[in-house]
Design a binder for this molecule. Structure first.
Ligand SMILES: NC(=O)c1ccc[n+]([C@@H]2O[C@H](COP(=O)([O-])OP(=O)(O)OC[C@H]3O[C@@H](n4cnc5c(N)ncnc54)[C@H](O)[C@@H]3O)[C@@H](O)[C@H]2O)c1
Length: 244
């Protein structure tokens, strides 16, 4: 077991990559604290993970809710070993048509919320002199038509990952990012079949990732197998970004 007795917080854990990561972390011996806006799905997942998980229903863009949440976790668990900033949204449109709201919503969830959560949690990791922070980037961090907001958030999280790796290394806190390619989750399942086929054609491994394959990358980076790895971005994309 690679994460035995570790306490991990995973945001956006009600479905998709976050859910798969929660399941994998529990299988590796961790206790997971699941955060999402979707109560029913969280409740259902926690009931399957038995005594190894609990959940909080909150909107991660709400600073007061985050502060309260972290205080509660600190009181109950006394430590936080791993934070996975996984929650993310898309609101796509071409730049000329993108509304201020679509810009702000995506930046707030994908970039500002991880920033706020790290501000709340880092003091505890510093005191422990130990911790791992993992962030969700994307192949879209390299640029993607119709995703100026999302691409900026996913490139921004890489910049924050590297900055935090530098700022926190002296306290034995490692910070890395995972950049998934197209992954079969509710986020991409709405893509029309024709578009999916065209995308698959561009992927050297000729398929989308399964959420469990992204969870495996989070598991590696969270574990002591990666204890000398910090400030890195692990692209898990079936080779999509190779060859340029
Ligand atoms: N699926 C992909 O192809 C893909 C590719 C690259 C990167 N990613 C990134 O991986 C992460 C997970 O993606 P996914 O496909 O599993 O997404 P998903 O849409 O299936 O799940 C995201 C979860 O985040 C939660 N969430 C969103 N906003 C929230 C908020 N304000 N407060 C609390 N919870 C909130 C949602 O309720 C949902 O359960 C995201 O950051 C995404 O950008 C996904």
């Amino acid at each position: 077991m690679r994460l035995k007795n570790k306490v991990a917080i995973i945001t956006g854990a009600a479905q998709g990559i976050g859910e798969a990561t929660a399941r994998r972390f529990v299988a590796e011996g961790a206790y997971v604290i699941l955060v999402d806006r979707q109560e029913e799905q969280l409740k259902n997942l926690v009931s399957q993970l038995n005594e190894f998980a609990s959940y909080y229903v909150l909107d991660i863009t709400n600073r007061d809710a985050l502060s309260k949440f972290v205080k509660d976790v600190a009181d109950k668990h006394k430590r936080i070993d791993i934070l996975v900033n996984n929650a993310g949204i898309t609101k796509d449109s071409l730049t000329v048509k993108m509304t201020d709201e679509a810009w702000s919503d995506v930046i707030n969830v994908n970039l500002k919320a991880p920033f706020m959560l790290v501000q709340e949690i880092f003091p505890m990791m510093k005191e422990q002199n130990n911790g791992v922070i993992l962030n969700a980037s994307s192949v879209s961090s390299l640029g993607n038509i119709g995703q100026a907001n999302y691409a900026a958030s996913k490139a921004g999280i890489i910049a924050m990952t590297k900055t935090w790796a530098l700022e926190f290394a002296r306290y034995n806190v490692r910070v890395n990012a995972v950049a998934p390619g197209f992954t079969a989750t509710p986020m991409v399942n709405t893509v029309p079949e024709k578009v999916k086929d065209a995308l698959i054609d561009k992927i050297p491994l000729k398929r989308f990732a399964e959420p469990e394959e992204i969870a495996a990358a989070y598991c590696y980076l969270a574990s002591d197998d990666a204890k000398y790895v910090t400030g890195q971005v692990l692209f898990v994309d079936g080779g999509l970004t190779c060859g340029f």
